[in-house]
Design a protein. Structure first.
Length: 302
């Protein structure tokens, strides 16, 4: 017999590594699932605090209610983008940024529209007007003098909303001399406004011209004061020019009456027959001139 037949063949062991690997993967997935379930059941997966920053006029509770989230809600179930969109739709809010900080903290940072003017409400209370036209009640106290007061405007006036938007784009330093703004619409200028300055001038312009003209106003007033002109009317439309104040109608009538009395009462008065003509005054007849008699001749001595 050959030597190959005398050596017995060794058995080949079956591979078991694949079976052990499947078991390890199954156990790993099982424990991960258990941990995830325990995590979502714990307080770590809930909102523990809602922080609001940057608000001055609007209450933090109001902003929190607008976000439609509350402490105890699922932390990963809310979307930061959705919260931002809800808060940005609120009046007085210019921008909103929402960030989530694990574990359980949601931080909301808002930027409010700036205050551009003040007004007195129908109930006599002082109100702040924002750049978006929203109105905020102020606490008791005097109105600050660093912003103009709006008078004569009605709620819902589109020109008022446009004015507030323009005022929000103008630097506060450019508005420091403006004390009051009133509407003064006309047929050629529906958005015409009247501005009263603390330097005793009245300025007429339009809402559309205001961003451009307000930059030239301080230098224009300074040039007038150099010429010893301390008051008057400034019209800043297509052309800028200054004019002195015009007396009102009452002062004109008073001056006319006074001048009539000084001239000896020569003001014509209605005749008694004026009532018969429906109130129209009939002209007085012009008196005829009486002929003068010829001078007497002086007798000459014969």
């Amino acid at each position: 017999m050959s030597e190959d037949r005398k050596v017995p063949a060794l058995p080949v062991p079956k591979p078991r590594a694949r079976t052990n690997r499947k078991l390890l993967i199954f156990l790993f997935v099982f424990f991960i699932t258990v941990l995830i379930i325990l995590f979502f059941q714990s307080s770590l997966s809930r909102i523990s605090a809602i922080e609001v920053e940057g608000n001055e006029l609007m209450a933090s509770e109001t902003i929190g209610q607008a976000s439609q989230i509350a402490v105890g809600d699922r932390f990963f179930a809310v979307s930061s983008q959705a919260i931002q969109q809800r808060i940005a739709k609120m009046p007085m809010i210019k921008t909103a940024v929402v960030k989530k900080h694990f574990p359980g903290i949601i931080r909301i940072t808002v930027e409010e529209f700036p205050k551009v003017a003040f007004q007195i409400g129908a109930d006599g209370k002082k109100q702040a007007v924002l750049a978006d036209g929203a109105v905020v009640q102020l606490s008791a106290g005097s109105i600050p003098l660093d912003m103009p007061i709006l008078t004569g405007w009605t709620d819902g006036d589109p020109n008022k909303a446009a004015l507030c938007k323009v005022l929000g784009e103008i630097p506060e330093s450019a508005l420091s001399d403006i004390s009051e703004i009133k509407p003064d619409p006309s047929e050629p200028y529906p958005d015409k406004i009247k501005l009263y300055t603390r330097s005793q001038f009245e300025v007429y312009t339009t809402i559309a011209y205001l961003p451009e003209k307000i930059d030239n106003l301080p230098a224009y007033i300074a040039s007038l004061q150099e010429d010893h002109i301390t008051s008057g009317v400034i019209k800043m439309l297509e052309v800028e020019y200054h004019a002195p104040f015009e007396p009102n109608e009452e002062s004109k009538n008073d001056s006319n009456n006074a001048s009539g009395q000084k001239s000896g009462g020569n003001t014509p008065s209605p005749t008694p027959d004026s009532s018969k003509d429906g109130g129209k005054t009939s002209p007085k007849p012009t008196p005829k001139a009486t002929p003068k008699s010829p001078p007497k001749e002086t007798a000459r001595p014969s």
